[in-house]
Design a binder for this molecule. Structure first.
Ligand SMILES: Cc1cc2nc3c(=O)[nH]c(=O)nc-3n(C[C@H](O)[C@H](O)[C@H](O)COP(=O)(O)OP(=O)(O)OC[C@H]3O[C@@H](n4cnc5c(N)ncnc54)[C@H](O)[C@@H]3O)c2cc1C
Length: 348
């Protein structure tokens, strides 16, 4: 294991801001993960676990301790009780795994095609898109427990999944390093086409789309929204959606609709959001004066999606944070709702 010093972190993230890691190691095996933890402990260094860097804002000062990049590889498949179980190393690229599973005609993650980042990052915020989330297919997660140095297998229930949440980013944040996740997929299953964008894409389609066609559709829709990392597309220098869709109480919802009436607009209704009593954060942002393409400085709103804050190339982390605060304040002033950021802020 190579211990490096003063490694720039910005290039290791999709947002591409932030300073260096004081120390940096990449772990390819469970033993290397354990050794890196031992190293951080022996030198009293704060530890940060890095996956694919697609959900991060790194501070301009960087990280004062050890950044441990998880690079544990491997995709193994076995059959159990009519399911195909894929045991996938946390360091694998998520979309590479999705492509591999779909090539074997296994269903369950086709709508999650094109999401950047590592496999190990997916349980952390229970990654979801276009009507699927990993909570539906994760059978278990193998994790290094920083409390006692043991490796534990956590079943899906123990991961505490809900909307963009798991124990890994809430009650047990910072306790586990994910080494492997096991996904139970359905061999020869049908694609999940429930989300409005996908239904629209396939309207008038001859017959049921295949899993491969569904993946292709999802990636095309994502690209049209700047939500696919595509070389040359400046709109994907982001962390994806910057705010979670707020979950409102009936009183809060009533208050929101009352404010909308005063402004002569209607709060949009989406079946996927309504079921969870969520409102569209993108709508709130857009109806607070931050339309697509807003901003002529180093930071702005994506020209394709109101919810993505984009580094136009020269932004600092401080610029991103100031812009985020501006949006949050304006949304709160106008709509009475405080948006929660989705990315993880590191070193602030
Ligand atoms: C263009 C774009 C589109 C996106 N679209 C979506 C989307 O549709 N749906 C969605 O849910 N997300 C989306 N995201 C956000 C992001 O891709 C996911 O959250 C992704 O799963 C993050 O994984 P990562 O490996 O990049 O994690 P990182 O960004 O490296 O880390 C994120 C957090 O997870 C922790 N972490 C990472 N790996 C491990 C590990 N092995 N063990 C323990 N903790 C770990 C880190 O410490 C950090 O707290 C998008 C991002 C971008 C840039």
């Amino acid at each position: 294991m190579l211990l490096q010093e003063n490694v720039p972190l910005a290039p290791l993230t999709t947002m591409q801001v932030g300073g260096p890691a004081r120390y940096f190691v990449e772990a390819h095996t469970h033993i290397e993960v354990s050794e890196a933890v031992g190293l951080a402990r022996s030198r009293n260094l704060p530890l940060f676990v890095l996956g694919g860097g697609s959900n991060l804002v790194i501070s301009d000062a960087g990280w004062p301790g050890l950044v441990l990049k998880i690079a544990v590889p491997g995709i193994e498949v076995r059959s159990e009780e009519g399911k195909s179980l894929f045991e996938v190393g946390a360091g694998e690229t998520w979309d590479k795994f999705v492509a591999r599973a779909l090539a074997r005609n296994c269903a369950g993650i086709e709508c999650l095609s094109g999401i950047p980042g590592s496999v190990g990052g997916t349980p952390v915020q229970n990654v979801g898109a276009y009507g699927q989330e990993v909570a539906e297919t994760i059978a278990s997660v193998l994790a290094f427990d920083l409390r006692d140095g043991q490796v534990r297998e956590l079943c899906s229930e123990a991961c505490g999944f809900s909307y963009r949440t798991s124990i890994f980013n809430s009650s047990h944040r910072g306790r586990y390093i994910i080494l492997r996740a096991t996904y139970a997929l359905i061999p020869d299953g049908q694609p999940h086409i429930q989300y409005a964008d996908l239904k629209k894409y396939f309207a008038g389609w001859n017959g049921t789309p295949t899993l491969a066609e569904t993946r292709d559709a999802v990636r095309k829709i994502r690209a049209s929204k700047g939500m696919l990392i595509s070389p040359g597309d400046d709109d994907c220098r982001s962390a994806g959606s910057f705010f979670k869709n707020p979950v409102l109480s009936p009183e809060q919802y009533q208050e929101l609709t009352a404010r909308a009436v005063v402004r002569n607009v209607q709060v949009p209704s989406y079946p996927a959001l309504d079921a969870l009593k969520k409102v569209s954060a993108a709508w709130l942002v857009e109806h607070s004066g931050f339309s697509k393409g807003f901003g002529d400085g180093p930071v702005g709103i994506s020209s394709k999606h109101a919810l993505a804050i984009v580094n136009r190339g020269e932004a600092t982390a401080a610029d991103i944070v100031a812009f985020k605060d501006l949006i949050r304040q304006r949304v709160e002033d106008i709509w009475g709702i405080r948006l929660e950021p989705e990315p993880v802020f590191v070193g602030f």
